[in-house]
Structures are given as C-alpha cells and as structure tokens.
Design a protein. Structure first.
Length: 278
C-alpha cells in the first residue's frame, strides 16, 4: 500500500483505543511505522488490537487508563517513556456520547452534562497536561485531538424527535475545539503542532447508541434497523453520500502527525464527507 506519510521511529500515545475511532487510528499509525502506546478504561478491549498489531509486525504497549483520573494517565505516560524513550504524537481520543440511558432519552439530564464534560473536555485536558511537558522539553511534538463535526456550527433545525439529548455532547466537542485553538497558540513556540480532527458519521458503538435513540423516540424510524437508520441519515446529510470509517479518521490523524503537516497548527479539520462545509 502506498502512503503519503511515514511515521517510522515515531511513538504515538492514544487514549480510548479499544474500539471504534481509537482503534482505527491505532491500526493506521501502526501500519505506517509508529510504535503505539494505547489505552482504554478497560484494558481487555485492547486484546484484539494487540493481536492485529502483532500480526503486522508492529510494536505496542497497552494500559488501563481512565482519562478523568490524571494519575492513571501519568502512570501510562511514564511507562511509555520508559519503554520507548519518548512520545512524539499524542491523540486524546477517549470520549462518550452521554450518561447511561442516553439511548432512550429525548432530552438531556444533568448526568449527561457531567459525564460529557468530565470525559470529553477534562479528559482531553488531562491527557494533554500529562504529555505536553515532555514534548516541551524535547522542543517537538504533534497533538491531534479527536473532536466532532457536532462541535461546529449547528447544521439547521433540530431533527424530529431529538429534543436536547445531544446538546451536552455537542457543547463538549465545541469546547474541545476551542481548547485546541488556545493550545496551539501556547505550544507553537515550542515547535509543537496542535490540531483537531472532526469526524462525521461512523458506524461505531457510539453511533449505534445514537441510532437506538432515533429508533426509540422517532416513529419514522420505528421499523428500521439501527444500521439502516445510520445509512439513511449519512446519505441524506453528506455530499459524498456515504459514512466514514475509523480508518478514514486514522489516515487524517496520520497526516497531521507526520512531517507533511509541519506548517499546519490550530486547525479543526472536518472528515465528514461534506456534511459540514468550511
């Protein structure tokens, strides 16, 4: 496979890599030569990824990390540096769509605001805080935050039956994008690039929960499978007429983590098939 980015010799630190987008990012970066330090709140979710990386001759370590707990991040950062000597790439990816029971609600509850803020915003900040000192000392680094096109300007009226249930998630992702902007200004003087990738729609456990919510609260979708709902909404809202894959997001992260993007910083890049146009 021909690629435009070469990450040989790089070390990437990725959170929330057990499944979905995080796993896709880990697979792509590993295929392109990076050594990867991958974590998830449940380390057992990383077993399949470990098998895959071993099958392609890659190099990885795993850790059980709760991004709301700085000490668990710090421990794995130290393990990574002890193992590989450095961290070149940091990908804060861990995220949630809402609190337990999200998929059955029309409107958000206090717990949705609490958990999305703690994981999606504080979790990103915690991860960056534990890595950036190391990057500053080396005068080098690439930070690629996984946000969402849901954090951009709202795309018209609320969908039928949706209520306010996604508001906490969208607000949390908007906050992450603003954090990325500010971080890029702070760290630019240290030769550290900071960007964000804003995925669109991907068939992951998170989007399956959204589809269940549609099916539960909107009679138009009552007789459709969750995957049919996902495909229909993707075709209706994306210029390219198709959803994205975790690999699509991984390829964008690989570009932003490579020397090819040395003059790109402070940018939130949509990878959403044209659902949002900037």
């Amino acid at each position: 496979m021909t690629t435009t980015t070469d990450l040989n010799g790089s070390v990437a630190f990725i959170t929330g890599a057990g499944r979905g987008i995080g796993r896709g990012i880990a697979e792509v970066l590993s295929r392109r030569g990076a050594k990867i330090a991958v974590s998830d709140i449940a380390q057992k979710d990383l077993l399949d990824l470990e098998t895959y990386v071993q099958s392609i001759g890659g190099d990885m370590i795993t850790g059980a990390v709760d991004v709301t707990d700085k000490s668990s991040i710090s421990t794995f950062v130290n393990e990574t540096i002890e193992k590989y000597g450095k961290i070149d790439i940091c990908v804060p990816n861990a995220g949630v769509i809402g609190a337990q029971g999200f998929n059955k609600r029309i409107d958000s509850v206090d717990e949705d605001w609490d958990v999305t803020w703690e994981v999606n915003v504080r979790g990103v900040s915690n991860t960056v805080e534990e890595v950036k000192g190391h990057m500053i000392s080396r005068k080098s680094g690439k930070i690629v935050i996984i946000a969402s096109h849901g954090g951009r300007k709202p795309r018209g009226v609320a969908e039928k039956g949706r209520g306010t249930v996604q508001q906490p998630y969208m607000v949390s992702k908007a906050a992450v994008i603003q954090f990325m902007h500010l971080l890029s200004i702070e760290l630019g003087q240290h030769n550290i690039n900071v960007n964000a990738v804003c995925p669109g729609r991907l068939w992951t456990p998170m989007w399956e929960a959204i589809a269940i919510n549609h099916k539960t609260n909107n009679s138009d979708y009552r007789d459709m499978s969750t995957e049919e709902i996902f495909i229909q909404l993707s075709k209706a809202t994306m210029s390219l007429g198709r959803p994205q894959t975790p690999e699509d997001i991984g390829k964008s992260v690989a570009f932003l983590a490579s020397d090819d993007s040395s003059e790109i910083t402070g940018q939130a890049i949509n990878v959403n098939g044209g659902a949002t146009l900037n």
